[in-house]
Design a protein around this ligand. Structure first.
Ligand code: 3PG
Ligand code: MG
Length: 399
């Protein structure tokens, strides 16, 4: 792979040069207080930022947060992130009130060597996500004007053909940051020649989101364990009634087909926690997977399933996990996710947790992050990588 990385840039010398860093600081915020509930993505980009600061660069960081619609929207401001980033770096982060306007210009101009600025949310600008090459390009021109070099450390966004990810690197000398490099290295092991048995655990709510990765993984894995909301469409495809559980009617046939084609690699729950309602205090019981009462919905995998999944995981040499096994945010339905996560930490295997909700679950459940081989910062990005898709952000760095 012909990607130059941060060390190549540091070797050139960056003292006094402006380095534009695309980070993925899209962190979850508490709806009420607006506080950051999981700062994992901010911490993940620190090695790159610290190295640039120490080398005396003027560091200009940009990111998206949430999905604002191409115009400023205060609930998606990166201001709280600037505060947290400053705390973690141990130095103030100069926050620009806009992305490429007057505030951004004067903030960047005012940077001394070794100082860090954060621009306001990229997605407050239509050009960032535009499907129109010219509109994206015009925005990329404005962003590129803030850097003498560009570093992409936003692994979580490399699957997006957005201006800051795909078009800026065409305009500046470009390099992969430490996080991006590590993510690609780790996921490359999984797509290459993983040590066997290779066991994948998939959860989350929708089969349709995971279909492409299931198709790509089936021929490669020794076992595919399926839990979370999406397991009910598979159970239905096996002919079981699933009550009022999450169900994607239009995916039942596809699931049946996958089950028929799989040579027994796919393992489904044998019991589930079925509740009266989607609520933390709902009445609930463990029931067999083929005995979900018609008025109840499954919100977690059951203990027998956890034991079966744990047994499969204990044999594994390589593990990839994406998606919670149940509604782990509610204590009554967190045991499945916790049980599977603990089984992964106990296995004598190289384990990778794929971004988004599963990474958040690891931290929310208070599990030791260091007992996993790698916790990816990319949910969608890691799945698309495993699918073997060309990722616009990585392709742009290769050119
Ligand atoms: C993510 O959270 O998956 C990444 O930050 C990308 O965000 P997006 O799905 O809104 O493009
Ligand atoms: Mg996403």
């Amino acid at each position: 792979m012909s990607i130059r990385n941060l060390d190549d840039l540091l070797a050139e010398g960056v003292s006094g040069r402006r380095v534009l860093v695309r980070a993925d600081l899209n962190v979850p915020l508490d709806k009420q207080s607006g506080e950051i509930t999981d700062d994992g993505r901010i911490r993940a980009v620190l090695p790159t930022l610290s190295a640039l600061v120490e080398a005396g660069a003027k560091v200009v960081v940009c990111s998206h947060l949430g999905r604002p619609k191409g115009a400023p929207d205060p609930q998606f401001s990166l201001r709280p992130v600037a505060g947290r980033l400053g705390e973690l770096l141990g130095a103030p982060v100069h926050f620009a009130e806009d992305t490429v306007g007057d505030s951004a210009r004067s903030t960047v101009e005012g940077l001394a060597d070794g100082q860090v600025a954060l621009l306001e949310n990229l997605r407050f600008n239509k050009g960032e996500t535009s499907k129109d090459d010219a509109e994206r390009g015009a925005f990329a021109d404005q962003l590129a004007a803030f850097g003498d070099a560009y570093v992409d450390d936003a692994f979580g966004a490399v699957h997006r053909k957005h201006a800051s990810v795909h078009d800026v690197p065409a305009r500046l000398p470009h390099f992969a940051g430490r996080l991006l490099l590590r993510e690609v290295e780790v996921l490359g092991k999984l797509t290459g020649d993983p040590e066997r048995p290779y066991v994948v655990v998939l959860g989350g709510s929708k089969v349709s989101d995971k279909l492409a990765v299931i198709e790509a993984l089936l021929p490669k894995v020794d076992r595919l364990l399926i839990g979370g909301g999406m397991c009910f469409t598979f159970l239905k495809a096996q002919g079981h009634e699933v009550g009022t559980s999450l169900l994607e009617e239009d995916m039942i046939e596809t699931c049946r087909n996958l089950l028929e084609r799989s040579g027994g690699e796919i393992m489904l729950p044998v019991d589930v926690v079925a509740a009266d309602a989607f609520a933390p205090d709902a009445a609930h019981d463990v029931v067999p997977a083929d005995g979900i009462p018609s008025h109840r919905l499954g919100l977690d995998i059951g203990p027998e399933t956890v034991a079966g999944f744990a047994a499969a995981l204990s044999q594994a040499k390589t593990i990839f996990w994406n998606g919670p096994m149940g509604v782990f945010e509610m204590a009554a339905f967190a045991n499945g996710t916790r049980g599977v996560a603990e089984a992964i930490t106990k296995a004598d295997a190289f384990s990778v947790v794929g971004g988004g909700d599963s990474a958040a679950a690891v931290r929310a459940l208070g599990l030791d992050e260091s007992s996993f081989g790698h916790i990816s910062t990319g949910g969608g990005a890691s799945l698309e990588y495993l699918e073997g898709k060309t990722l616009p952000g990585i392709a742009a760095l290769e050119n």
